[in-house]
Design a protein around this ligand. Structure first.
Ligand SMILES: [Fe+2]
Ligand SMILES: [Fe+2]
Length: 164
């Protein structure tokens, strides 16, 4: 049986991951409205990954005998200044999520909850990837500047993202 504090922290994170899924889906909808199907596709897949994260937490809590509570989810933003602005927001959001998992890891260590520590290790590693991928896209947006041609190529590139 998992400790109360740890269960609460992971339950909170599960709800945050459901928010993250809606945040990226909102970005996908925004990019679609700009006629950028590739960038929108990238964000849709990102949204699916976040749902996967939430479910990974759900199943872990279930296995550890925790009572799982789904909370109300805040509405995500709907507008960004530009495609680049949306990806910058995604990058900054991932940095925030990394800090959240660092806190959960610190709690697992303090509670000597080794199962949760090992479980959380996957997310710590995942966040390294998440930050790197988002940052890579932001850097490419910086490179193309205001070029319409660049944006067109970028959209094609983002559209190549495969699930998983
Ligand atoms: Fe996530
Ligand atoms: Fe993420």
């Amino acid at each position: 049986m998992i400790g109360k504090k740890m269960a609460e922290a992971l339950n909170l994170q599960m709800n945050r991951e459901f928010f993250n899924a809606r945040l990226y889906l909102s970005m996908a909808a925004y990019l679609e409205s700009l006629n950028l199907p590739g960038a929108s596709h990238w964000m849709e897949l990102q949204s699916q990954e976040e749902t996967g994260h939430a479910m990974r937490l759900y199943r872990y809590l279930r296995e550890r005998g925790a009572r799982i509570v789904l909370s109300g989810v805040d509405a995500p933003p709907t507008e960004w200044k530009s495609p680049r602005d949306a990806f910058e927001a995604a990058y900054e959001h991932e940095c925030k999520v990394t800090r959240e998992f660092d806190e959960h890891m610190a709690l697992a260590e303090a509670e000597k909850d080794h199962a949760s520590r090992i479980f959380l290790q996957w997310f710590v590693n995942e966040q390294v990837e998440e930050e790197a991928h988002a940052d890579d896209i932001v850097q490419k947006f910086k490179m193309i500047g205001d070029s319409k041609n660049g944006l067109f190529m970028m959209d094609r590139h983002l559209g190549d993202r495969k699930a998983g």
